[in-house]
Write a protein that binds this ligand. Structure first.
Ligand code: NDP
Length: 452
């Protein structure tokens, strides 16, 4: 095919939309990546000829299955589960499992697509996948969660394996759920293998895995700031979410001298004008993880704090923002508000938390903007290290792993810088940098395999 015959970005996206009706999140994620990639491959005939982007935007497979379980009142409940295996060109499929009422095929396809680029960017040999179910763990008893996890794994086990596909946690899936799923996998297959990451330390888990995403996204902010001669020290930070990623981001901010003043959940956000210190953070972790409580309670317990129902924290003046809850939680208007309030840096702990309009605003205003696929890659990178420890049947110590996490985040940052330079300025387009760096490795492996 001659270069002039190539479909352009607009035509390509028309095709993506047509082939994926009713899947806005997936179309959005492909659109964001494709814009940069089209630009990059404009004069690289071979990527066009082998339809690399077209193939990347078509998952290797999507497995959909019924998950039946019995609640505490003996009612039979039926949920839908999925595993989307997007691409395994550079390593076995890898990506989390999400349990949330909003889970559908579009959300999981977007996450698996993003994961492919993110995993490549870590420098580790990991392909991209994502899975989950439209199961809402809120208000469920311990036994209901256990039965659901077991039922989910009773189907999933035949699609995963330590060299095939290695799931991990995500929204609604933490150490407890991973434990139940690993127990069921082991029971069905009679194998003790590294099929899941995020396991408990007693049965093959890695130190620092739980903390890695939140810590990593603060390291990413630190790296972006350091490059331009600034630091986190004394900076007011706005954080959304109050789960695994958000709480560990706040923990690392406290260690590095930042002042986190907000947290949120799906009901609203709290602002603490004195800052969230270690003691308050410990309360949040226990309240959200062990008691499954709401963030609104924070304002009743800690003086100087307020709860804002049904709102997100982006109007709170800050220098750095860490969106750590969910996709599309920060829109164009929120981005303009942050910019107007003097925000200088955004580091995304969540996946695709900023809408396309929001990203455009950040880029135009020249903010340091670290997209999720780079800034939150610390979690999957540590998962990669958990896999290595499982394969070698050993366990590395905390200090070694903390060091490795910092090095991995530095490597990710530097790969973005290498590919994301803006001509005629010393600024970096981290979105472009992460998209291209993630793409090249996967694309070149696909070329080596021919048409498969
Ligand atoms: P958790 O389940 O631990 O926490 C999720 C948090 O986000 C909760 O505070 C939850 O509030 C809030 N939230 C979820 N959905 C919504 C919504 N629709 N609107 C507003 N708030 C919402 O998940 P994680 O912390 O693990 O994940 C958070 C983000 O980070 C996700 O985007 C995930 O994909 C991403 N991520 C996670 C990784 C990991 O290692 N865990 C790795 C890389 C990315 P509520 O309690 O009310 O539901």
């Amino acid at each position: 095919m001659a270069v002039s015959d190539h479909v352009g970005y607009a035509e390509f996206m028309e095709g993506v939309k047509k082939r994926n009706p009713g899947q806005p999140e997936f179309v959005q994620a492909v659109g964001e990546v494709a814009e940069d990639i089209f630009d990059y491959i404009a004069d690289k005939e071979v990527y066009h000829e082998y339809q690399i982007l077209r193939r990347l935007a078509e998952p290797d497979r999507v497995v959909s299955f019924r998950v039946c379980w019995e609640d505490d009142k003996n009612n039979i409940r039926v949920q839908r589960g999925w595993r989307v295996q997007n691409n395994n060109a550079i390593g076995p499929y890898k990506g989390g499992i999400r349990f949330h009422s909003s889970v559908n095929q579009s959300v999981l396809k977007f996450l698996a697509f993003e994961q492919t680029f993110k995993n490549s960017l870590t420098g580790l040999p990991l392909g991209g996948a994502k899975g989950g179910a439209n199961f809402n763990p809120k208000g469920k008893s311990e036994h209901e969660i256990m039965r659901f996890c077991q039922s989910f794994m009773t189907e999933l086990y035949r699609h995963v394996g330590e060299d095939t596909d290695i799931p991990a946690g995500d929204i609604g899936v933490g150490a407890r759920e991973i434990g139940y799923m690993f127990g069921q996998y082991k029971r069905i297959t009679n194998k003790f293998s590294g099929v899941l990451t995020g396991k408990g330390l007693e049965f093959g888990g890695s130190r620092v895995r739980t903390e890695a995403t939140g810590y990593g996204c603060v390291y990413f902010a630190h790296n972006m700031l350091e490059r331009v001669g600034r630091s986190l020290d004394g900076k007011i930070c706005v954080v959304s979410g109050s789960g695994n990623v958000a709480t560990h981001a706040v923990e690392k901010l406290i260690q590095l001298g930042g002042k986190a003043v907000t947290l949120s959940d799906s009901e609203g956000f709290i602002i603490d004008r004195y800052g969230i210190d270690r003691e308050k953070l410990q309360w949040v972790k226990e309240h959200k993880t062990h008691r499954r409580g709401r963030i609104s309670e924070y304002a009743k317990v800690f003086r100087g704090s307020e709860f804002h129902e049904g709102k997100r924290p982006w109007a709170v003046p800050c220098q750095i923002a860490f969106p750590c809850a969910t996709q599309n939680e920060l829109n164009g208007e929120d981005a303009q508000t942050l910019i107007g309030n003097g925000c200088e840096c955004i580091s995304e702990g969540a996946n695709m938390p900023t809408t396309l309009k929001g990203i455009k605003s950040f880029k135009e205003a020249g903010l340091l903007y670290g997209p999720g696929k780079a800034a939150n890659a610390g979690g999957v990178a540590l998962s990669g290290l958990e896999m290595s420890q499982n394969a070698a049947r050993l366990s590395w110590d905390e200090e070694q792993l903390q060091q490795k996490l910092q090095e991995l985040m530095r490597g990710i940052h530097d790969r973005c810088v290498e590919r994301g330079g803006i001509a005629g300025s010393d600024r970096i387009d981290y979105v472009r940098g992460s998209n291209i760096a993630g793409f090249v490795k996967v694309a070149d492996a696909m070329l080596a395999y021919g048409v498969v």
